[in-house]
Design a protein around this ligand. Structure first.
Ligand SMILES: [Cu+2]
Length: 146
């Protein structure tokens, strides 16, 4: 009777939902061709005194604060002594001492680090902290803090 028909429709709907889920999960915000982030005032091999200023450069996109969902925008993240795995590039960026968010839309910051060598990388994140697709990342640079 109609129960089996209903169950059949439900099963089809569940299968469809399962097939759609991976596609939705991979749909992070697209970035336009040619978009890039870079360190304006630091280059690989520089020596600095802590605290030091870091200026975030961005081409081909704009800066928007956290929560503002606007095409071709994002906010800066400074990744310190870490890198993001392919999986991490598809999820909200962690928030800790190695993953610093500039969610108010800052384009520069004062950074305090202990003496020694440190790697730095800029990664743009969308309104919900998820890197774009393809990710907008600077090269990793290594600096020495005196
Ligand atoms: Cu963020």
């Amino acid at each position: 009777m109609s129960l089996s028909k209903y169950a059949g429709i439900t099963a089809a709907a569940v299968v469809a939902a399962c097939l759609l889920t991976p596609a939705i999960a991979q749909m992070n915000t697209p970035s336009p061709a040619g978009a890039g982030v870079y360190f304006i005032n630091l280059k690989d091999g520089d020596t600095v005194t802590s605290p030091f200023k870091v200026q975030f450069g961005l081409t081909g996109m704009g800066v928007a604060p956290v929560g503002v969902e606007k095409e071709n925008t994002g906010h800066h993240h400074l990744i310190i002594d870490a890198t993001l795995s392919p999986e991490e590039l598809k999820a909200p960026i962690a928030a800790d001492a190695k993953h610093v968010h500039y969610g108010a839309g800052q384009t520069e910051a004062m950074v305090t680090l202990p003496p020694g060598r440190h790697s730095l990388q800029l990664v743009l994140g969308n309104w919900s902290h998820i890197p774009h697709n393809p990710p907008v990342m600077s090269p990793v640079i290594t600096i020495t803090v005196k």
